[in-house]
Write a protein that binds this ligand. Structure first.
Ligand code: SF4
Ligand code: SF4
Length: 395
């Protein structure tokens, strides 16, 4: 496993970090009625398959992975508890770093912020967090976070030994990122990057700035929610014509590995096979900064151009637009639309859309209240794109 410096903290972390937001779940038996919609949102996620999740987390911790990322809300609050239980056994907790997050919307006052942290520590079965993040800072949240001096609040937790690093995760434009980065001496920042997003979100400039500051840089959505893991035909044709043969997953990750500023690349694996594949990849000798030659960089730029032409909706599935007051399953609808378009086959997407209709979570429920617009870090005109998706998915 490749190891990198964790910014200027003096710590080191495995370059591959296990994201605990897409763990295996228990699916209902075939033929079961669809779950009822949740209050103000789409149906709740199925429960995590604990045994499979334990197996994966322990496999990772026993095969060189020293970085685990979770959050207050992942898997409806189950993720922290499952990670804690899995690591508690066999002295694994002591060998790894745990990063978790508290969202600004849960920070009602100082007492609540502390209680949330205490609850998280309890769920993770640990006395300290290696890194504690303010979850999902964006353009809209940042003024409030600054005004209420939340980073300073986290600093107090650091002084008390409850956390060892103060950090943030970010979705938003470069200007806001620069302001956040310059405001405080953060130990780490977690940002969205992948080869489709080089000129969006924090961009390559943001990556360089974090590096110059000595702030550890953790990458999320490195494969754009899994979209880069399967190359559509025109992209695969480019890869096939290239003299060096690599999987789409490897090309996607290599683009990120190439940056010397990157400390950890997160991958939200859902199966043990995916995890094993990632561990093998991130253990390659040449998975090091500068691993891409000029012609390989050109290939990735070419692949980006093709992808840009094939994606109908630039949705990453982050779910920041949820809950929708009309129960529209926004990211699931866009995922189905994109998949159908990319793979030129809408059969499966239309089947899933049929389930959404039964759950009254389909695009026709949208009343165009526009509440979701300002929440979308990808700046998607959600009501308009829902109409377009509905036409394609209706078949
Ligand atoms: S505009 Fe439509 S999808 Fe967006 S929050 Fe309102 S009802 Fe939901
Ligand atoms: S529509 Fe925007 S906010 Fe909603 S899941 Fe997609 S990218 Fe995220």
């Amino acid at each position: 496993m490749q190891i990198r410096n964790y910014g200027k903290t003096g710590k080191k972390a495995s370059l591959f970090g296990m994201g605990c937001m897409r763990m295996p779940v228990v699916l209902p038996p075939p033929g079961s009625p669809p779950p009822a919609p949740g209050a103000g949102g789409p149906p709740p996620m199925p429960p995590v398959d604990k045994e499979k999740a334990f197996e994966m987390i322990r496999y990772a911790a026993d095969h060189g992975v020293t970085y685990f990322d979770t959050a207050f809300g992942y898997h409806g609050g189950e993720s922290e508890a499952i990670l804690g239980e899995a690591l508690a056994e066999g002295g694994r907790r002591e060998r790894v770093m745990i990063a978790t997050k508290q969202p600004f919307r849960e920070m009602k006052d100082k007492t609540t912020i502390r209680k949330n942290l205490e609850n998280t520590l309890k769920k993770l079965r640990t006395d300290y967090l290696d890194v504690y993040l303010i979850h999902g800072i964006g353009q809209d949240e940042w003024p409030g976070i600054k005004e209420r001096k939340i980073p300073e609040e986290f600093e107090q937790f650091k002084k008390e030994g409850l956390i060892r690093g103060v950090a943030f995760s970010f979705h938003g434009p470069l200007d806001t990122f620069k302001d956040v980065l310059g405001y405080y001496d953060w130990d780490m920042c977690q940002v969205q990057q992948n080869f489709l997003d080089v000129d969006r979100e924090v961009t390559e400039e943001g990556i360089r700035l974090a590096g110059q500051k000595g702030c550890a840089l953790v990458i999320m959505e490195g494969l754009r929610g899994g979209a880069l893991a399967r190359a559509p035909k025109p992209v695969q044709a480019l890869y096939d014509a290239f003299p060096v043969k690599r999987s789409p997953v490897e090309w996607g990750f290599r683009h990120l590995v190439n940056y010397p500023e990157v400390s950890v690349i997160l991958s939200g694996v859902s199966t043990l096979d995916q995890l094993k594949e990632d561990i093998e990849l991130f253990s390659k000798e040449d998975f090091t900064p500068g691993c891409l030659k000029d012609d390989e960089k050109a290939l990735i730029r070419e692949a980006k151009k093709v992808y840009d032409g094939l994606t109908k909706v630039p949705c990453t599935g982050c779910e920041y637009c949820l809950p929708c007051p009309s129960n529209v399953a926004i990211p699931r609808i866009f995922a189905g639309y994109n998949d159908g378009y990319r793979f030129d086959n809408y059969q499966q997407s239309r089947m899933f859309y049929g389930f959404m209709k039964m759950q009254k979570a389909d695009a026709s429920q949208c009343v165009e209240c526009n509440q979701c617009l300002e929440k979308c870090p990808q700046h998607i005109n959600i009501p308009e794109m829902l109409k377009e998706a509905a036409v394609a998915l209706a078949g």
